[in-house]
Design a protein around this ligand. Structure first.
Ligand SMILES: Nc1nc2c(ncn2[C@@H]2O[C@H](COP(=O)(O)OP(=O)(O)O)[C@@H](O)[C@H]2O)c(=O)[nH]1
Ligand SMILES: [Mg+2]
Length: 277
């Protein structure tokens, strides 16, 4: 039996109801391709990993990488990609919001040899963000704007979580990645010493049918840390920058309070008496 040509890496956290549908959808669209599905689950309380194992017993193309005591979409994808031996690797979400029918075309483009990475884009002609509300669309637009200095010109969707790449390109970059947060594509593009040869294919972002989005303030914070790491991380460790920021805000609050107490309310600096105003 031939090994997989395309590994599809799917990070999951509480996606149990989406797994059977995902396997079915991949089976339907990848006829004639040697593919495998590697689900990287972070010990989901809803037992996603157990559901993946049931699928794996019935389908040799499916396997589960179960991480315990860990969280993070990017690091999950990186570890999934490292566990694959296929010459091409794709990353997509486990909630069916990415259109799996794009995978055969992504593979075809990579097999032709002209590109390092093929990216599913919601923002190029023919693509769409589907039914996102105004706030989500605005946040995504701003996040995209902030990433601009770090990604190649002409890329329409640097926030995309749906892409496929040549394995050797990933192997070259993996030690440079930050592995922080949700945005592995941005991490890979910004970690490359030479601009990656990329192309984009349009797709429509679908609505979630089951489960919930894990996008929260932690994801936003991780995104800021990633941007910081990729812009100044070469010169100063990001932890030092955040330490200085937190320490600096403490000093600012301290002196502002002191100023108000001393100058406005007439309190003595010695603290043993209050001066009359
Ligand atoms: N392994 C792993 N997967 C995650 C984590 N957070 C989110 N995911 C998965 O990453 C994919 C995208 O997450 P989702 O919440 O749908 O993000 P959204 O589409 O931006 O709302 C889904 O398959 C999630 O189950 C995590 O901490 N670890
Ligand atoms: Mg989603």
């Amino acid at each position: 039996m031939q090994g997989a040509v395309l590994s599809i890496i799917v990070p999951t956290f509480n996606e149990r109801d989406n797994i059977p549908r995902l396997v079915e959808a991949l089976d339907a669209c990848l006829a004639g391709v040697e593919w495998e599905l590697i689900v990287v689950d972070d010990d989901s309380p809803d037992q996603t990993a157990a559901v993946v194992r049931v699928q794996a017993c019935a389908n040799h193309r499916v396997r589960c990488l179960h991480r315990i005591g860990r969280r993070g979409l990017s690091s999950a994808c990186i570890e999934g990609m490292l566990s694959s031996s296929a010459p091409f690797v794709a990353v997509m979400d486990g909630d069916l919001q990415h259109d799996e029918r794009l995978l055969p075309d992504m593979l075809k483009v990579l097999l032709q040899g002209g590109y390092d990475i093929v990216i599913g884009s919601r923002y190029m002609a023919g693509g769409s963000i589907g039914e996102w509300d105004g706030m989500r669309a605005l946040t995504s637009r701003w996040a995209t704007r902030l990433s601009r200095p770090l990604v190649p010109a002409g890329l329409t969707d640097p926030m995309s979580g749906f892409f496929a790449m040549r394995r050797e390109v990933f192997d070259r970059l993996v030690r440079r990645t930050s592995g922080l947060g949700f945005k592995l594509l941005l991490d890979l593009l910004a970690s490359s010493p030479h601009p990656l040869r990329f192309t984009e294919l349009p797709y429509e972002f679908r609505s979630r049918q089951a489960g919930e989005s894990k996008l929260d303030s932690q994801v936003a914070w991780d995104y800021c840390m990633l941007l910081l790491d990729k812009s100044v991380g070469r010169f100063v460790p990001v932890r030092l920058v955040t330490f200085c920021f937190v320490g600096g805000s403490g000093v600012l609050i301290h002196f502002s309070l002191l100023w108000v107490l001393h100058r406005r309310l007439g309190c003595s600096l010695s603290g043993d008496r209050v001066l009359p105003r």
